[in-house]
Design a protein around this ligand. Structure first.
Ligand code: TRP
Ligand code: SF4
Length: 400
């Protein structure tokens, strides 16, 4: 059975915090058990906005890779690599740039949004306009089926889908396509052949989307089908030519509800974060200096957890008994705020302990990290190379 491939990337923006852990990384760790996963550092994407000061990107990339491993991303299960070390991404980006309408790029909502948000920076560059195109290359080059992303990135995945469709439409014909489809069909057993043809007819004559989905699922289940034939049958099913690039789906990562030190969502731009590998002393200090219910001025004043950001952290880190104790103690002035904060500190440290331990392995032996990433880059280059061979051939650049 063909296993659906998951791919996601992250820009190296500095030490990851607990919001990233609860939002993105826990999800990646879960996914790696169910799918072949590729996770990469989007260092070229960082360059689109940091082109004037690129020197921190390399260190930020290594630090972020350690954070991923610390969070439990397992290099035995997932392939970890760095975008710029797989130059095939740039080749696909270039080739697709030839057929990408300018208007499509200008209409991607993040284009204007980010320019407004980062108003101090000149983002009227060629590279920044191409941000979604580069992301499309990242996705399409691995023929990823599922892309876990936050809501803000969904327009980029939609853009990628449209682009894949346009590409397949433009370059997907092959001489003798119909005969090759017939030859591919002849390799199927009669039951599968019948189901395939039925799905194809229903979709093409009646526009039955479910039939299309059934047909695609069927192709996914047939194990002994060559990659080329799978593309042909997928293309014939949809009524286009050969399907060279696969339209990806996305997996929406629910927005992290992780509260920061001030009760707002944890975010670097609010300066309210605790990093994954924050020192124990710093965690304790940050939590101890958190604001509490402003109406609880004196130790003897009763308070209300509903008005207190510490209570939000109890909801992440404390069990029911502790939460009950905090509620009671706060409302009756039975406990002080420092008492109340201690279990939160303990909870964060407990969560961080295995992360700190895993990170230490790579801090002590940087060569280990380099090896994992080198192997990941090799694997990625190999997969990317397969797609590029098809892309070059489809565009008449095989030179064989
Ligand atoms: N643009 C993504 C972000 O800012 C990062 C990214 C780059 C990405 N290429 C990707 C995510 C490919 C998923 C797939 O979050
Ligand atoms: Fe907040 Fe706890 Fe203090 Fe109440 S006792 S105000 S919940 S820190």
């Amino acid at each position: 059975m063909y296993a659906e491939r998951v791919l996601s990337g992250m820009r190296p923006t500095g030490a990851l915090h607990l919001g990233h852990y609860h939002g993105v990384l826990k999800n990646w760790v879960r996914l790696q058990h169910d799918y072949p996963c590729l996770f990469f550092v989007a260092d070229w994407h960082a360059l689109t906005t940091q082109y004037d000061d690129p020197r921190g990107i390399e260190q930020a990339s290594w630090d972020m890779l350690i954070d991923w491993l610390a969070a439990g991303v397992d290099p035995e299960r997932a392939t970890l690599f760095i975008q710029s070390q797989v130059p095939e991404h740039a080749e696909l980006h270039l080739l697709m740039s030839m057929m990408t309408p300018l208007g499509w790029l200008e209409r991607v909502p993040t284009y204007k949004d980010q320019q407004e948000k980062l108003a101090g920076k000149d983002l009227t560059t060629y590279g920044f306009l191409g941000y979604p195109l580069l992301m499309s290359a990242d996705i399409l080059i691995y023929r990823a089926d599922k892309v876990p992303v936050g809501e803000d990135q969904i327009p980029h995945v939609e853009f990628t889908r449209e682009l894949a469709r346009r590409f397949n439409h433009m370059y997907g014909f092959e001489s003798g396509f119909a005969d090759k489809v017939e030859a591919a069909l002849a390799t199927l057993n009669s039951k599968n052949r019948r189901s395939y043809k039925e799905a194809r007819t229903r979709f093409q004559q009646n526009g039955d989307k479910e039939a299309l989905a059934r047909g695609k699922a069927l192709l996914g289940e047939i194990a002994d089908l060559s990659h080329e034939d799978r593309e042909r049958l997928a293309g014939s099913l949809e009524g286009t030519g050969k399907m060279i690039l696969v339209e990806p789906g996305y997996l929406l990562t629910e927005e992290s509800k992780m509260p920061g030190l001030d009760g707002q969502k944890m975010s670097k731009s609010y300066g309210n974060t605790i990093t994954l590998r924050e020192s124990e002393a710093s965690v304790a200090k940050k939590v101890r200096s958190m604001p509490t219910d402003t109406q609880r001025v004196h130790r003897t004043d009763p308070g209300d957890p509903a008005r207190c950001p510490v209570w939000q952290l109890h909801q992440v880190y404390s069990d029911t008994v502790t939460r009950e104790w905090a509620q009671q103690g706060c409302k009756t002035a039975g406990i002080g705020c420092l008492d109340c904060k201690q279990p939160v500190i303990d909870g964060i440290l407990r969560e961080q302990a295995p992360m700190r331990e895993r990170a230490q392995i790579y801090l002590d032996q940087p060569a280990l990290l380099r090896d994992i990433v080198a192997a990941g880059c090799d694997k990625a280059r190999q997969l990317a190379g397969e797609t590029m061979r098809d892309v070059r051939a489809a565009m008449g650049l095989a030179y064989r």
